[in-house]
Write a protein that binds this ligand. Structure first.
Ligand code: ADP
Length: 246
């Protein structure tokens, strides 16, 4: 689905990703865990080029981009790669002046050039999927944080991306709202949608993941099934991280 090789990212002098090799398998849910500052979000944002890696290669579907420190990638390649994934952010970044329906229609009309009617039909389907069809005409400020995140999920799916990326989708929510968002993601996981999820919700991670990746200090230190990583970690730093959670 997506193949990442020797990926490095530096911000000024700070090296945040130190040579990441990672293949994401179609239909799998991959969860990335690790301490704050370990580079999880930067890796996720690199997958749809919200950040340009400093060096390395990303291949996704028919598009391969090789990043070099001194040269910018071709815009047509960047757009081709971006089109293949949808992103759900930490806290809602819905368009505040648009209804839930409008938010889910927008990219279909603007990017995919669909007719408004076709976009509306698909948007309503997706809002139903996340349990919010009755809120189609509500504006973001009229929705709870959890509902906003569910609209964000519907919006990320609206252009039928091959891959859904979640950047700590519940970290900005009050505890009582977390469950409804995780439930929606779990349902999508059972439908075979390819997902990469950065989260601090370890119980959710163990339930939803086909594969868990532990990152520390810009590197992948552990990569395995939830049972392997949570119950039989091979790396001392993984053990330490998991022990601090309990
Ligand atoms: P995580 O998601 O694991 O908490 P991040 O990928 O957000 O880690 O951040 C990794 C490191 O990169 C941190 O030290 C953070 O301060 C730094 N960083 C992230 N984004 C930027 C940026 N845009 N400019 C400078 N430093 C950044």
């Amino acid at each position: 689905m997506i193949e990442i090789a020797k990926l490095r990212k530096t911000f000024d002098k700070l090296e945040v990703l130190k040579g990441i090799n990672l293949t994401i398998i179609r239909g799998q849910v991959t969860v990335i865990i690790g301490p704050s500052g370990s580079g999880k979000t930067t890796l996720l944002r690199s997958m749809n080029l919200l950040e340009y890696p400093t060096e390395g290669t990303i291949q996704m579907g028919p598009t391969t981009i090789e990043f070099k420190e001194k040269s910018k990638p071709k815009l047509s390649d960047v757009l081709a790669l971006r089109k293949q994934s949808g992103m759900v952010f930490q806290s809602n970044n819905l368009f505040p002046h648009m209804t839930a329906l409008g938010n889910v229609m927008e990219a279909q009309v603007i990017v995919q050039k669909k007719s408004k009617e076709a976009a509306r039909v698909r948007a309503l389907e997706l809002l139903q999927k996340v349990g919010l069809k009755e809120k189609a005409n509500a504006f973001p400020h009229q929705l709870s944080g959890g509902q906003q995140q569910r609209v964000g999920i519907a919006r990320a799916m609206a252009t039928d991306p091959q891959l859904l990326l979640f950047d700590e989708p519940t970290s900005a929510l009050d505890p009582e709202l977390i469950g409804e968002v995780l439930k929606v993601i779990k349902e999508l996981a059972t439908e075979g949608i390819t997902m990469v999820i950065v989260t601090h919700e370890m119980k959710f991670a163990s339930e939803v993941a086909d594969r868990v990746i532990f990152m520390d200090d810009g590197r992948i230190l552990e990569d395995g099934t939830p049972d392997q990583v949570f119950n039989h970690p091979t790396n001392e730093r993984t053990r330490l991280f998991l022990s601090h959670l309990n």
